[in-house]
Design a protein around this ligand. Sequence first.
Ligand code: FAD
Length: 380
Amino acid sequence: MDILIVGAGFSGAVIARELAEAGHRPTVIDGRDHVAGNCHTARDPGTGVMVHVYGPHIFHTDDAEVWDYVNAHTPFRPYRHSVRTTVRNRVYSLPLNLLTINQFFGQTLRPDEARAYVEARADTSISEPANFEEQALRFVGPEMYEAFFKGYTEKQWGVDPRELPASILKRLPLRFSYDDNYFAHRFQGIPGAGYTALIESILDHPAIDVHVSTLFQPEMTDRYGHVFWSGPLDGFFGYAHGRLGYRTLDFERFEGTGDWQGCAVMNYGDRDVPWTRITEHRHFAPWESPEGSVLYREFSRACGPDDIPYYPIRLVEEKALLAEYADRAARTEGVTFVGRLGTYRYLDMDVTIRDALDTARAFLDRAPGAAMPAFVTPPL
Ligand SMILES: Cc1cc2nc3c(=O)[nH]c(=O)nc-3n(C[C@H](O)[C@H](O)[C@H](O)COP(=O)(O)OP(=O)(O)OC[C@H]3O[C@@H](n4cnc5c(N)ncnc54)[C@H](O)[C@@H]3O)c2cc1C
């Protein structure tokens, strides 16, 4: 069957590879002039630093099949993610851990003492946190909420934390140990040759035809038996019901010499510092030692029609609109919506690959003549 895959990020590349291995001849198109989607990495010509062009990407997973899959294409190098935050002119360790608690409160607490200390500050009158702020107050109390969560969250999401669901904070760990490894997964690393080399390797199969700088045109669907769409869900329907809300990012690039900030990511929690964080790209390849350094100051704002959509907002209003698009997609034959944009979800890379493998297998294993669903993983 002639198959069109829109988007050459992890979603499109993995689906293309699985279908090609099974004997299909998929065509992959991407509107950008490179493959790898938002995970694209490129060596900076001036400094030689490998830059994560659309923001820092650290691979971490508990999924052994996905870990083996990516390593079979490009060996990963060990990497341990290190994040700090600057708040009120002081630097603290993240994610919140025993060192953060001791630094912040000027204490020398052991784990059990720290647990009791934080619990004494937590607002225990909140039994069912209704929003992000209440969840934070229940978890860590007002002092740490104000310092570490309030300003950062306002900048990142552009809304009052009381308008955000409590579930966002449920994902942020509070550790009563000195473990400051940002991720708690079994496997963690960064592809030695960069993510673009990894995705080029996935796409490198004689049956896969890749065209970059090629935007999807609606009439293309007539030429293909099936389309896998990893572009924006609302974009496929010409934004007919309105636009799903996203946050976009602006990166202000600057250079330094040597190790400029001493860690990969420095957050800025204060509301009056306009950027959310500074990332220093040389730290994402600790096995290299360039002389220069490339850094991004990162600013978050509402996504306009010409901006790159980064983070889906998924508040009540967006979910209602998402339900309309999901319903329309379910009534559209011959198209399967995949990936972070196609299903309007925040997806880490490992989950994206897992979903793409499951989608390709659902396509290949379906009964003869059976229709392929619009979503293998429902967006709601
Ligand atoms: C700032 C940021 C940091 C992140 N950091 C991490 C991290 O540290 N670890 C982690 O695991 N995950 C991270 N992620 C998530 C990661 O970026 C995603 O998992 C991954 O990009 C999803 O791949 P995808 O193929 O679904 O989407 P994308 O990578 O966005 O690929 C979709 C592709 O479709 C193309 N496209 C869209 N519309 C059209 C069209 N009309 N015609 C042709 N082409 C089109 C786009 O150009 C794009 O290349 C991060 C995400 C963000 C936003």
